[in-house]
Ligand binder design. Structure first.
Ligand SMILES: C[S@@+](CC[C@H](N)C(=O)[O-])C[C@H]1O[C@@H](n2cnc3c(N)ncnc32)[C@H](O)[C@@H]1O
Length: 314
């Protein structure tokens, strides 16, 4: 595990499995779409020779700053502050004609993001109710909760976290903001804990609501759809797409995308001449992979992780 002096170091998940599926070629050009603290990037760089290169992207400016410090002397790495939905523009701009041999997505948030109360992701420590991965863009959760309608709030909590008590939580939020705006994570966590009547062992009752609000303010599912489509476009034939997700809502998007891209347009099924754009663009590799027991035991963040991989077809 890499400890760069931050209170919450990030232990990368499914690294050996991801590296094996990326099938790194020593002189290849690779994209780490979710740099975080560079755990996966470091391993890709280890597998690369002098001519290889990694383009690493993160929408969090703090991740990029930490990366510039950690990899200050690494000439085979380009770090870019951007959302991965921009991959279609970023890769040609930085790869200068080199064929992209692999793209890795390790979704969600990093331990330093979760562990810093000032970022507002955690219900465990009090902080401003923000939750933006990129604090230079968009609006914090507090601003959205101050203006959204009760049905809108309920829909987000239901759709993005499958919270059974979404209606109660949404009503409690709207009731509370009548008195004063919700501004802190502790305030929201306590309010949700009062609204949710049941308890799950080892799980804070606000876990689902926090997950849903985070997904919403960061447009995580929209980013994921656009990022995956762009990754397929930038990959060279034979290049690998490897995706690690952390919850069912996220994995569903990945699974559906992989299914669509590996089947081709059903309109042309069985026809002798299928136009290029209607042919399958991905071939799935193996089945989904979960962390070993040892990894899940060592790193609780890994427990819900799920990896899917595919190869770009010509
Ligand atoms: C789970 S962490 C990645 C950890 C990394 N693999 C490592 O080993 O250190 C996810 C990272 O992806 C970034 N991220 C999430 N969604 C993003 C997006 N749409 N565009 C760019 N970065 C994103 C987050 O800011 C976070 O730093």
């Amino acid at each position: 595990m890499f400890d760069n002096g931050e209170k919450h170091a990030h232990e990368p998940v499914l690294v050996d499995e991801a590296l094996a599926l990326l099938a790194v070629e020593t002189g290849g050009y690779y994209v780490d779409a979710t740099f975080g603290r560079g755990g996966h990037t470091a391993r890709i760089l280890e597998a690369l020779g002098a001519q290889g290169h990694v383009l690493a992207i993160d929408r969090d400016p703090q991740a990029i700053e930490a990366g510039r410090r950690r990899f200050a002397d690494e000439m085979r790495l380009t770090l870019v502050h951007a959302p991965f939905s921009d991959l279609r523009e970023l890769v040609p701009a930085h790869a200068h004609g080199r064929a992209c041999r692999g793209v890795l997505f390790d979704l969600g948030v990093s331990s330093p993001q979760l562990g810093d109360p000032l970022r507002g992701f955690s219900f465990r420590a009090d902080g401003p109710l923000d939750m933006r991965m990129d604090p230079t863009h968009g609006e914090p959760v507090s601003a959205w909760l101050a203006r959204a309608g009760v049905d809108e709030i309920r829909e987000v909590i239901e759709a993005y976290a499958e919270e059974r008590f979404a209606r109660r939580v949404a009503h409690a939020i709207v009731e509370a903001r009548r008195k004063r705006p919700l501004a802190s994570t502790a305030e929201l966590a306590a309010l949700v804990a009062r609204a949710v009547p049941t308890r799950e062992r080892g799980r804070h009752p606000a876990t689902r609501t926090f997950q849903a609000l985070r997904i919403h303010v960061n447009d995580e599912l929209g980013q994921l759809e656009r990022g995956l489509a762009a990754a397929v476009d930038v990959l060279a034939p034979g290049g690998r797409l490897v995706v690690i997700s952390f919850h069912s809502v996220e994995d569903r998007v990945v699974k559906r995308f992989f299914k669509r891209a590996s089947k081709g347009d059903p309109q042309f099924a069985g026809r002798p001449a299928v136009p290029l754009e209607a042919r399958p663009s991905l071939q799935l590799i193996g089945r989904k992979t979960r962390p070993s027991r040892a990894e899940a035991h060592r790193n609780p963040r890994a427990r819900s992780a799920l990896l899917r991989a595919a190869e770009r077809l010509p």
